[in-house]
Design a protein. Structure first.
Length: 286
Protein backbone atom coordinates (compact mmCIF):
# COMPACT_ATOMS: atom_id res chain seq x y z
CA UNK A 1 0.00 0.00 0.00
CA UNK A 2 1.38 3.41 -0.92
CA UNK A 3 1.79 6.02 1.79
CA UNK A 4 0.40 9.54 1.73
CA UNK A 5 3.63 11.07 0.46
CA UNK A 6 3.75 8.80 -2.57
CA UNK A 7 0.10 9.18 -3.48
CA UNK A 8 -0.02 12.93 -2.93
CA UNK A 9 2.71 13.25 -5.55
CA UNK A 10 0.17 11.95 -8.06
CA UNK A 11 -2.31 14.80 -7.56
CA UNK A 12 -2.25 16.90 -10.71
CA UNK A 13 -2.14 20.67 -10.99
CA UNK A 14 -5.72 20.63 -12.30
CA UNK A 15 -6.92 19.18 -8.95
CA UNK A 16 -7.38 15.65 -10.27
CA UNK A 17 -8.21 13.25 -8.79
CA UNK A 18 -11.17 14.94 -7.18
CA UNK A 19 -13.07 14.19 -3.99
CA UNK A 20 -16.74 13.31 -4.21
CA UNK A 21 -17.10 14.50 -0.62
CA UNK A 22 -16.28 18.04 -1.79
CA UNK A 23 -18.81 18.19 -4.62
CA UNK A 24 -21.81 20.44 -4.12
CA UNK A 25 -23.97 18.44 -6.50
CA UNK A 26 -23.46 14.88 -5.34
CA UNK A 27 -23.53 12.04 -7.89
CA UNK A 28 -26.23 9.39 -7.48
CA UNK A 29 -24.56 6.09 -6.57
CA UNK A 30 -27.38 4.31 -4.77
CA UNK A 31 -28.53 0.99 -6.31
CA UNK A 32 -32.08 1.32 -7.64
CA UNK A 33 -33.44 -2.13 -6.85
CA UNK A 34 -33.14 -5.00 -4.33
CA UNK A 35 -30.38 -7.54 -4.87
CA UNK A 36 -30.98 -11.03 -6.24
CA UNK A 37 -27.70 -12.75 -5.37
CA UNK A 38 -26.21 -12.52 -8.86
CA UNK A 39 -22.69 -12.19 -7.41
CA UNK A 40 -23.21 -14.25 -4.25
CA UNK A 41 -19.93 -15.59 -2.90
CA UNK A 42 -17.83 -13.64 -5.39
CA UNK A 43 -14.94 -11.26 -4.77
CA UNK A 44 -14.52 -8.21 -6.99
CA UNK A 45 -11.57 -5.88 -7.26
CA UNK A 46 -12.59 -2.44 -8.55
CA UNK A 47 -10.08 0.26 -9.44
CA UNK A 48 -11.15 3.84 -8.84
CA UNK A 49 -13.85 2.55 -6.50
CA UNK A 50 -13.67 5.43 -4.06
CA UNK A 51 -16.12 7.63 -5.99
CA UNK A 52 -18.12 8.15 -9.16
CA UNK A 53 -18.80 5.13 -11.32
CA UNK A 54 -16.50 2.97 -9.22
CA UNK A 55 -18.45 3.68 -6.03
CA UNK A 56 -21.77 2.93 -7.74
CA UNK A 57 -20.38 -0.36 -9.07
CA UNK A 58 -19.05 -1.31 -5.63
CA UNK A 59 -22.42 -0.56 -4.02
CA UNK A 60 -24.36 -2.57 -6.60
CA UNK A 61 -21.94 -5.50 -6.57
CA UNK A 62 -22.17 -5.61 -2.77
CA UNK A 63 -25.96 -5.60 -2.92
CA UNK A 64 -25.70 -8.57 -5.29
CA UNK A 65 -23.54 -10.50 -2.80
CA UNK A 66 -19.91 -9.69 -3.62
CA UNK A 67 -17.09 -8.74 -1.28
CA UNK A 68 -15.15 -5.76 -2.62
CA UNK A 69 -11.53 -4.63 -2.83
CA UNK A 70 -11.66 -0.84 -3.22
CA UNK A 71 -8.60 0.47 -5.05
CA UNK A 72 -8.01 4.22 -5.19
CA UNK A 73 -5.21 6.76 -5.44
CA UNK A 74 -5.29 9.09 -2.44
CA UNK A 75 -8.91 10.09 -1.72
CA UNK A 76 -9.03 8.45 1.71
CA UNK A 77 -12.30 10.08 2.80
CA UNK A 78 -14.15 8.90 -0.31
CA UNK A 79 -12.69 5.40 -0.05
CA UNK A 80 -13.76 5.13 3.60
CA UNK A 81 -17.30 6.10 2.61
CA UNK A 82 -17.41 3.46 -0.15
CA UNK A 83 -16.20 0.89 2.37
CA UNK A 84 -19.01 1.92 4.70
CA UNK A 85 -21.52 1.57 1.85
CA UNK A 86 -20.34 -1.95 1.01
CA UNK A 87 -20.38 -3.05 4.65
CA UNK A 88 -23.89 -1.61 5.06
CA UNK A 89 -24.95 -4.15 2.42
CA UNK A 90 -23.59 -6.90 4.68
CA UNK A 91 -20.45 -7.56 2.64
CA UNK A 92 -16.73 -7.37 3.41
CA UNK A 93 -14.62 -4.54 2.01
CA UNK A 94 -10.97 -3.55 2.04
CA UNK A 95 -9.41 -0.29 0.87
CA UNK A 96 -6.04 -0.23 -0.89
CA UNK A 97 -4.41 3.09 -1.80
CA UNK A 98 -1.85 3.43 -4.56
CA UNK A 99 -1.05 4.16 -8.19
CA UNK A 100 -2.24 1.55 -10.70
CA UNK A 101 0.36 2.92 -13.11
CA UNK A 102 2.92 1.20 -10.88
CA UNK A 103 3.17 -2.51 -11.70
CA UNK A 104 4.50 -3.39 -8.25
CA UNK A 105 1.49 -1.75 -6.63
CA UNK A 106 -0.88 -3.77 -8.82
CA UNK A 107 0.88 -6.98 -7.82
CA UNK A 108 0.64 -6.07 -4.14
CA UNK A 109 -3.00 -5.01 -4.39
CA UNK A 110 -4.10 -8.28 -5.97
CA UNK A 111 -2.07 -10.28 -3.45
CA UNK A 112 -3.68 -8.37 -0.56
CA UNK A 113 -7.14 -8.91 -2.04
CA UNK A 114 -6.69 -12.66 -2.35
CA UNK A 115 -5.06 -12.94 1.07
CA UNK A 116 -7.75 -10.94 2.86
CA UNK A 117 -10.90 -11.83 0.91
CA UNK A 118 -9.88 -15.34 -0.10
CA UNK A 119 -10.21 -15.25 -3.89
CA UNK A 120 -10.74 -13.07 -6.95
CA UNK A 121 -13.60 -13.58 -9.40
CA UNK A 122 -14.25 -10.20 -11.03
CA UNK A 123 -11.77 -7.52 -12.07
CA UNK A 124 -13.23 -4.11 -12.90
CA UNK A 125 -10.67 -1.84 -14.56
CA UNK A 126 -12.45 1.46 -13.99
CA UNK A 127 -9.83 4.01 -12.85
CA UNK A 128 -8.81 6.67 -15.33
CA UNK A 129 -7.80 10.28 -15.76
CA UNK A 130 -8.41 13.00 -18.33
CA UNK A 131 -7.10 16.50 -18.95
CA UNK A 132 -8.78 18.87 -21.44
CA UNK A 133 -6.60 20.74 -23.93
CA UNK A 134 -7.90 22.73 -26.90
CA UNK A 135 -4.58 22.63 -28.75
CA UNK A 136 -2.57 19.42 -29.19
CA UNK A 137 0.58 21.50 -28.69
CA UNK A 138 -0.52 22.18 -25.10
CA UNK A 139 -0.33 18.50 -24.16
CA UNK A 140 3.00 18.05 -22.44
CA UNK A 141 5.09 14.94 -22.82
CA UNK A 142 4.64 14.34 -19.09
CA UNK A 143 0.83 14.54 -19.35
CA UNK A 144 0.74 12.27 -22.39
CA UNK A 145 2.81 9.62 -20.66
CA UNK A 146 0.83 9.95 -17.43
CA UNK A 147 -2.56 9.57 -19.13
CA UNK A 148 -1.44 6.41 -20.90
CA UNK A 149 0.27 5.13 -17.74
CA UNK A 150 -2.98 5.32 -15.77
CA UNK A 151 -5.59 4.53 -18.39
CA UNK A 152 -4.06 1.67 -20.36
CA UNK A 153 -0.80 0.58 -18.69
CA UNK A 154 -2.70 0.30 -15.42
CA UNK A 155 -5.21 -2.07 -17.04
CA UNK A 156 -2.39 -4.25 -18.34
CA UNK A 157 -0.68 -4.32 -14.95
CA UNK A 158 -3.90 -5.11 -13.04
CA UNK A 159 -4.86 -7.85 -15.48
CA UNK A 160 -1.39 -9.39 -15.38
CA UNK A 161 -1.53 -9.46 -11.58
CA UNK A 162 -5.07 -10.85 -11.47
CA UNK A 163 -4.67 -13.48 -14.19
CA UNK A 164 -3.25 -16.32 -12.00
CA UNK A 165 -6.27 -16.02 -9.69
CA UNK A 166 -9.01 -15.91 -12.33
CA UNK A 167 -10.62 -19.29 -12.94
CA UNK A 168 -13.28 -20.49 -15.35
CA UNK A 169 -16.39 -18.37 -14.87
CA UNK A 170 -14.45 -15.24 -13.92
CA UNK A 171 -15.02 -11.91 -15.62
CA UNK A 172 -13.06 -8.79 -16.49
CA UNK A 173 -14.94 -5.55 -17.21
CA UNK A 174 -13.02 -2.56 -18.56
CA UNK A 175 -14.17 1.06 -18.70
CA UNK A 176 -13.73 2.64 -22.11
CA UNK A 177 -15.66 5.75 -23.24
CA UNK A 178 -17.99 7.26 -25.79
CA UNK A 179 -14.99 9.38 -26.82
CA UNK A 180 -13.46 6.27 -28.37
CA UNK A 181 -16.36 6.13 -30.84
CA UNK A 182 -17.23 9.77 -31.55
CA UNK A 183 -13.98 11.49 -30.60
CA UNK A 184 -13.47 14.53 -28.41
CA UNK A 185 -11.64 17.60 -29.70
CA UNK A 186 -10.56 18.63 -26.19
CA UNK A 187 -9.59 15.16 -24.89
CA UNK A 188 -7.04 14.00 -27.43
CA UNK A 189 -4.78 11.90 -25.20
CA UNK A 190 -7.70 10.55 -23.14
CA UNK A 191 -9.65 9.51 -26.24
CA UNK A 192 -6.56 7.78 -27.62
CA UNK A 193 -6.26 5.70 -24.45
CA UNK A 194 -9.92 4.74 -24.67
CA UNK A 195 -9.38 3.49 -28.20
CA UNK A 196 -6.53 1.38 -26.86
CA UNK A 197 -8.77 0.06 -24.08
CA UNK A 198 -11.43 -1.07 -26.54
CA UNK A 199 -8.83 -2.88 -28.66
CA UNK A 200 -7.33 -4.37 -25.50
CA UNK A 201 -10.77 -5.61 -24.43
CA UNK A 202 -11.44 -7.33 -27.73
CA UNK A 203 -7.96 -8.87 -27.94
CA UNK A 204 -7.93 -9.99 -24.30
CA UNK A 205 -11.31 -11.61 -24.85
CA UNK A 206 -9.85 -13.68 -27.68
CA UNK A 207 -6.90 -14.57 -25.47
CA UNK A 208 -8.93 -15.75 -22.47
CA UNK A 209 -12.23 -17.03 -23.84
CA UNK A 210 -11.03 -20.62 -24.20
CA UNK A 211 -10.19 -20.60 -20.50
CA UNK A 212 -13.77 -19.62 -19.65
CA UNK A 213 -12.89 -16.06 -18.65
CA UNK A 214 -15.08 -13.40 -20.26
CA UNK A 215 -13.78 -9.91 -21.05
CA UNK A 216 -16.12 -7.04 -21.89
CA UNK A 217 -16.29 -3.28 -21.53
CA UNK A 218 -18.59 -0.37 -20.78
CA UNK A 219 -18.39 2.92 -22.71
CA UNK A 220 -20.14 5.60 -20.64
CA UNK A 221 -21.25 8.92 -22.05
CA UNK A 222 -21.20 12.14 -19.96
CA UNK A 223 -21.57 10.85 -16.39
CA UNK A 224 -21.51 13.15 -13.35
CA UNK A 225 -18.43 12.17 -11.32
CA UNK A 226 -15.58 14.02 -9.56
CA UNK A 227 -13.48 13.61 -12.71
CA UNK A 228 -15.30 16.46 -14.43
CA UNK A 229 -15.62 19.38 -11.96
CA UNK A 230 -12.11 18.86 -10.56
CA UNK A 231 -10.35 19.57 -13.83
CA UNK A 232 -11.43 16.87 -16.26
CA UNK A 233 -13.70 19.26 -18.15
CA UNK A 234 -13.44 22.93 -19.04
CA UNK A 235 -15.74 25.44 -17.28
CA UNK A 236 -17.57 25.95 -20.58
CA UNK A 237 -18.18 22.22 -20.91
CA UNK A 238 -19.46 21.98 -17.35
CA UNK A 239 -22.10 24.64 -17.98
CA UNK A 240 -23.91 22.39 -20.46
CA UNK A 241 -22.55 19.01 -19.37
CA UNK A 242 -24.56 16.21 -20.99
CA UNK A 243 -27.07 18.51 -22.68
CA UNK A 244 -25.87 17.50 -26.14
CA UNK A 245 -27.07 13.90 -25.67
CA UNK A 246 -30.40 12.81 -27.18
CA UNK A 247 -31.79 12.60 -23.63
CA UNK A 248 -30.63 16.17 -23.04
CA UNK A 249 -28.98 15.57 -19.67
CA UNK A 250 -25.94 14.13 -17.95
CA UNK A 251 -26.02 10.58 -16.61
CA UNK A 252 -25.52 9.40 -13.04
CA UNK A 253 -23.15 6.65 -11.82
CA UNK A 254 -26.06 4.44 -10.75
CA UNK A 255 -27.30 4.50 -14.34
CA UNK A 256 -23.99 3.01 -15.49
CA UNK A 257 -23.34 0.47 -12.73
CA UNK A 258 -25.98 -2.04 -13.97
CA UNK A 259 -24.01 -2.42 -17.22
CA UNK A 260 -20.98 -3.48 -15.20
CA UNK A 261 -23.12 -5.89 -13.16
CA UNK A 262 -24.62 -7.47 -16.27
CA UNK A 263 -21.18 -8.10 -17.74
CA UNK A 264 -19.78 -9.39 -14.43
CA UNK A 265 -22.47 -11.98 -13.73
CA UNK A 266 -23.88 -15.03 -15.49
CA UNK A 267 -26.63 -12.99 -17.13
CA UNK A 268 -24.08 -12.26 -19.87
CA UNK A 269 -22.66 -15.78 -20.08
CA UNK A 270 -22.75 -15.76 -23.90
CA UNK A 271 -21.03 -12.38 -24.26
CA UNK A 272 -17.33 -11.64 -24.53
CA UNK A 273 -15.37 -8.99 -26.38
CA UNK A 274 -18.40 -6.69 -26.35
CA UNK A 275 -19.05 -3.09 -25.28
CA UNK A 276 -22.20 -1.66 -23.66
CA UNK A 277 -23.11 2.00 -24.18
CA UNK A 278 -24.92 3.82 -21.33
CA UNK A 279 -24.59 7.23 -22.96
CA UNK A 280 -27.94 9.04 -22.99
CA UNK A 281 -29.07 7.70 -26.35
CA UNK A 282 -26.11 8.59 -28.58
CA UNK A 283 -25.86 6.03 -31.37
CA UNK A 284 -22.33 4.82 -32.02
CA UNK A 285 -20.86 2.00 -34.09
CA UNK A 286 -19.35 -0.99 -32.31
Amino acid sequence: MSDDTETLEMIHEDDLPGHESQMEEKPDWQPRYPGSGRLAGKVALITGADSGIGRAVAALFAREGADIAILYLCEHDDAAETKRIVEAEGRRAITIAGDIGDKEFCDRAVAETVKTLGRLDVLVNNAGEQHPDKDIRDISEEQLKRTFQTNIFGMFFMTQAARPHLAKGSAIVNCTSITMYKGSKELLDYSATKGAITAFTRSLSENLVEDGIRVNAVAPGPIWTPLNPFGGATPEKLETFGEDTPMGRKGQPNEVAPSFLFLACEDSSYMSGQVLHPNGGTIVAG
